[in-house]
Design a protein around this ligand. Structure first.
Ligand SMILES: Cc1ncc(C[n+]2csc(CCOP(=O)(O)OP(=O)(O)O)c2C)c(N)n1
Ligand SMILES: [Mg+2]
Length: 323
C-alpha cells in the first residue's frame, strides 16, 4: 500500500515541481506571458488532496498547475495553455490562471480570490439533488478566508448540508501580507469549527494531508455534509512572477525550506524502503522527458485563430445541472 502510494506521490510531486520550474524558465525567456503563480513548496497539499479525494468536482484558485496535473490533465495540454496555444486545455484563451477540464470535473483556476467558494457550494448542492455521493473539493488560500463569500459559503453549506470539503492551503501570505496582519484568528480551521468538523494538518507531509482528506471524504459520503481542513504550508517562490517575495526574512525561508515536502517524502520513502534510489532516478528521468515533450508540443502548436476570440464566452447549458 505505502509503496504504491509513495511512488505515485513522488511522481506527481516531482512532476508538479519540475513542470512549474520549467514554466518559470519559459516565462523568463518570454514564451509564457500574463500571470504565473507557482505552487513550489505546496505540492504535498495539492497532490495529497487530489489523490485522497478521488472522484468529485474540483474548484481551485489561480495557483493550480499541480492540482491539474494531479487530476490527470495531460501535461502537454497544460503547457500549451501556458504558451497560449490552441491545443491548450482551455484552447489557449485561459492561460495559467484558467485551466479548465470539465471531462475530469476540473472547474479549475479562478482569478478572483474566494469567488469560486460559493461556486463549489452550488456544485455540491447540485450533486446532492442528483443523488450523487462524491461531493466537491474546494481549495483556497489563507487570504480567501477573510473574504465575505467564504463565511457565506460555510453558512450555506452547513445549513443546506452540502457535501463539500473546504481545504484551506495556509501558506501564511496573501501576496505580501502575513496572516498576522490580516486575520484575527491565526489558526484558520477555527473559523469553520462552529459550522462543521474542522482540523489542521501538516501540509508539508503528503501522507498526513492524504489521510486527513480520505477521512473527510468518508464523512462527506456518509453524512452528505461539509468538512474543513487547514493545511499548513509555505510557498518557496514569490506570489507570482511579478513578486520576488523578499518581504520574508531569509531565516523564515530557510526554516521552511528545511521542510521541503518533496525532500521529506524522498527521505521517508528511502528510510521505510518504499522506494529505492534507482526507482527515484527512473521517475526523475521520466518526468524530465515528459516536460521536454510538453514544451516541444507547446512550441510547435499554433495560436488560436481570430474567430476563436468570440467563442466559449457563455457556457450555454451546463449538462450536469440542467438535464
Ligand atoms: C477579490 C479579490 N481581491 C483581491 C485580489 C488580488 N489578489 C490576488 S491574489 C491575492 C492574495 C490571495 O492570497 P491567498 O488567498 O492566501 O492565496 P495565495 O496566493 O497565497 O495562494 C490577492 C489579494 C483578487 N484577485 N481578488
Ligand atoms: Mg496564502
Amino acid at each position: 500500500m505505502s509503496q504504491t502510494l509513495a511512488e505515485k506521490f513522488y511522481y506527481l510531486m516531482k512532476l508538479g515541481r519540475e513542470f512549474e520550474l520549467r514554466c518559470k524558465e519559459e516565462y523568463l525567456k518570454g514564451n509564457i506571458s500574463g500571470f504565473l503563480h507557482l505552487a513550489v513548496g505546496e505540492e504535498a497539499v495539492h497532490v495529497g488532496a487530489v489523490v485522497g479525494f478521488g472522484k468529485g468536482d474540483l474548484f481551485c484558485p489561480y495557483r493550480e498547475h499541480v492540482l491539474a496535473l494531479a487530476r490527470g490533465i495531460d501535461p502537454r495540454l497544460i503547457m500549451a495553455e501556458m504558451f497560449g496555444k490552441v491545443t491548450g486545455v482551455s484552447k489557449g484563451k485561459g492561460g495559467s490562471m484558467h485551466l479548465y477540464e470539465p471531462r475530469l470535473d476540473f472547474y479549475g483556476g479562478n482569478a478572483i480570490v474566494a469567488a469560486h467558494i460559493p461556486h463549489a457550494v452550488g456544485a455540491g448542492y447540485a450533486r446532492k439533488l442528483m443523488g450523487e455521493k462524491a461531493g466537491v473539493l474546494c481549495i483556497f488560500g489563507d487570504g480567501a478566508t477573510n473574504n465575505g463569500t467564504f463565511f457565506e459559503s460555510l453558512n450555506m453549506a452547513s445549513l443546506w448540508e452540502v457535501p463539500v470539503l473546504f481545504l484551506c492551503e495556509n501558506n501564511q501570505y496573501a501576496i505580501g501580507t502575513h496572516i498576522s496582519r490580516s486575520s484575527y484568528l491565526k489558526d484558520l480551521y477555527l473559523k469553520a469549527r462552529d459550522y462543521m468538523p474542522s482540523l489542521q494538518v501538516d501540509g508539508m507531509d503528503v501522507f498526513e494531508v492524504y489521510q486527513a482528506v480520505i477521512r473527510a471524504k468518508e464523512y462527506i459520503e456518509e453524512y452528505g455534509k461539509p468538512y474543513f481542513i487547514e493545511a499548513l504550508t509555505y510557498r518557496f517562490e514569490g506570489h507570482s512572477m511579478a513578486d520576488k517575495g523578499d518581504y520574508r526574512s531569509p531565516r523564515e525561508m530557510e526554516m521552511f525550506k528545511k521542510r521541503d515536502p518533496l525532500e521529506l517524502l524522498m527521505k521517508k520513502s528511502l528510510k521505510e524502503g518504499w522506494l529505492t534510489k534507482e526507482q527515484i532516478v527512473l521517475i526523475d528521468q521520466r518526468v524530465e522527458r515528459l516536460i521536454d515533450e510538453s514544451v516541444e508540443f507547446a512550441k510547435n502548436s499554433p495560436e488560436p485563430s481570430e474567430e476563436e476570440l468570440y467563442s466559449d464566452l457563455y457556457c450555454g447549458v451546463c449538462s450536469h445541472v440542467i438535464p
